[in-house]
Design a protein around this ligand. Sequence first.
Ligand code: NAD
Length: 449
Amino acid sequence: MITTWCSTLGASLDRYIYSRSLKLHSFYKGKIEIVPKVPITFELFALWYTPGVAEPARVCGTDPEKSFELTNRWNTVAIISDGTRVLGLGKLGPEGALPVMEGKALLFKYLGGVDTIPLVVRERDLNKLAYIVKALEPSFGGINLEDIESPKCFDLLERLRDELDIPVWHDDQQGTALVTIAGLINALKLVGKKLSDIRVAVIGAGAAGIAIVKYLIVAGVKPGNIFVVDSKGILHRERSDLKSSDPKLKWKKWVAERTNEESKAGGIPEAMEGVDVVIAVSRPGPGVIKKEWIKLMNDNPIVFAEANPIPEIWPWEAKEAGAKIVATGRSDFPNQINNSLGFPAVFRGALTVRARKITDEMCIAAAYALAKYVEDSGKLSEDYIIPKMSEEEAYVIEAVAVAEEAIKKGVARRKLPKGELEGKIRELIHRPKKYLNIAVREGLIRETV
Ligand code: NAD
């Protein structure tokens, strides 16, 4: 009854949001623009452009690394999508992806002070996409891949991380994993369990699920204690469909070979039996996870139901069934697992030290920093395991942790002492908010209609 009522309410709310969004997009005609960051006079144009610019051009041509000092490359990220998996809407194509990438650009700037160029490309072939992104490297300090279908996204990320000398990130994989692990670290503190001891069921073996498995392992969960389920059931070495030589199965095989030590077979309930944590990134619910399956879990169950827009199980149902801590992808329930808590600060940290890579350790350092921010606030509780998107200081602390880890791991082009790092990062994160205030005050950005 409550579920039906909520679904109806949810559907009319969604309809309102969609129509309002369309109206605002049409009113503003795009969400970002490029503005100068230098003083301008007609005399100065002779320095910013020809003839004066010939000298910085010569310097960068002779020593390409100088492009990180003499241009805005150091703070610019390309947001690349082929439009093959736009939100939950499927293959909308590059133009369909563009409004989403502009939205991402807005979040990068507002939350992390990172400049971005949304670049949607009319190319779906893995090799050609890799070629295009590689060719773009000289313009950018980092690459953010977005809304690219799996399993192509895994190979593309792996290849570009190897071949490029700037950070490459796929937010649907690493961003989700980072924020999930941050929440998990704090949830485990509340129930007195350790990453190295827990058993985890991961529901969904797509972009998010496989990355979560990878990063759970990097964070210290024993691979054999992880049980992964896709739409065909639990992944294990003997599953007949995984015997095929189809290259598309490479990553599921990777998971099957490492996880599920006891070769459990079955579906979601079998995977959930006897685990401490369930992390679901499968398909919109409710009803993907049933209440009675929570009862099969170990004491103090932790349930992360992250499907958007509707979690695999409603939070109140999970709680009624005995879940101790519940997180979802939604802002209208406590504990929102929201990628926006990850990528702006990860890039802020990486770009500030001109990092060559975002290593897995940098990603885990970011997760621990987010978790520590909550713990240090003294407010850690079952309903507050992860910062809210509006908590600006969390981004500063996270970005500093990422930058320090980059320095420690030897992937930073620039090494700064902690105090200086923190000052620069705080200023860069705060700068766009100052700008926006001025632009709104001066009427350059009009009030919404
Ligand atoms: P994907 O299409 O790459 O993968 C989905 C996976 O779920 C596939 O392996 C599929 O086999 C599996 N699946 C589907 N129905 C299932 C079922 N009934 N039982 C078991 N497995 C099932 O998608 P993705 O990018 O990995 O995203 C998956 C979901 O996670 C989406 O709903 C997305 O909105 C959500 N998500 C949330 C966040 C967040 O921050 N909250 C971040 C990323 C993804």
